[in-house]
Design a protein around this ligand. Structure first.
Ligand code: ZN
Length: 215
């Protein structure tokens, strides 16, 4: 006796919803600017969905949305990493230009002092005659090109005295600082930075720098 084909119960097929979740998260990234963590969850969900579908031997369906979700999430992640790499390289180049600006200003300060009986300038504005280009006084990260990006200061708490500071934290949350010994370093933002700079700028220039030059 053979069992008839009609008598054999057909296996119940269910949808693997993780695949649908994966695709939905990918689409939401475009539609609602969903945070990147959503895309990562979508990518993992898609992979899990595909594994579960394969292991189910036909009991689970929904391969198309799962594959679409994984591909979409992959493309979003690749695009994000490319944008990150390009913007990081661009920022590094801008920071290098900013350091070059401070080097030029540093030399201009020395020239100014030579021509003014050792007196140092009070502001970057007085250095214009000693710089070849007007925009040497503007950090490439400064949105307003008419605004000077640097201030001349003297920090008596520092052994070498700070000579040039940026007027804002434009580079990776910090700024470039030129010391009286010629070193130019990147420093992270300090909560009291602006107040301290203003204080020393008002009280100690140019006398403080003259003292430093005499050491
Ligand atoms: Zn800068």
């Amino acid at each position: 006796m053979n069992a008839s084909a009609e008598g054999t119960p057909r296996p119940k097929r269910e949808v693997e919803w993780l695949g649908v979740v994966s695709l939905t998260l990918g689409l939401l990234r475009f539609a609602l600017q969903l945070p990147l963590v959503g895309t990562i969850i979508g990518f993992v969900s898609g992979i899990v969905a595909l594994v579960r579908i394969k292991k189910s031997r036909g009991a689970l369906v929904g391969k198309v949305p799962a594959v679409s979700g994984v591909i979409l999430a992959f493309l979003i992640l690749v695009r994000f990493s490319l944008v990150l790499t390009v913007s990081s390289a661009r920022e590094s180049a801008r920071r290098a230009t900013c350091v070059a600006n401070e080097q030029k200003m540093f030399r201009a300060i020395q020239l100014y002092a030579d021509e003014h009986d050792g007196k140092y300038p009070n502001s970057p504005n007085e250095l214009r005659a000693y710089l070849t280009r007007e925009y040497d006084l503007v950090c490439p990260m400064e949105p307003d090109i008419k605004k000077d990006s640097y201030i001349l200061v003297c920090d008596t708490n520092s052994p070498n005295g700070v000579m040039i500071r940026e007027s804002g934290n434009r580079h990776f949350g910090g700024s470039n600082v030129a010391y009286a010994d010629g070193r130019i370093v990147w420093e992270s933002a300090h909560p009291t930075h602006d107040r301290v700079v203003r204080y020393f700028r008002l009280l100690f220039l140019p006398e403080c720098l003259l003292d430093l030059a005499g050491d």
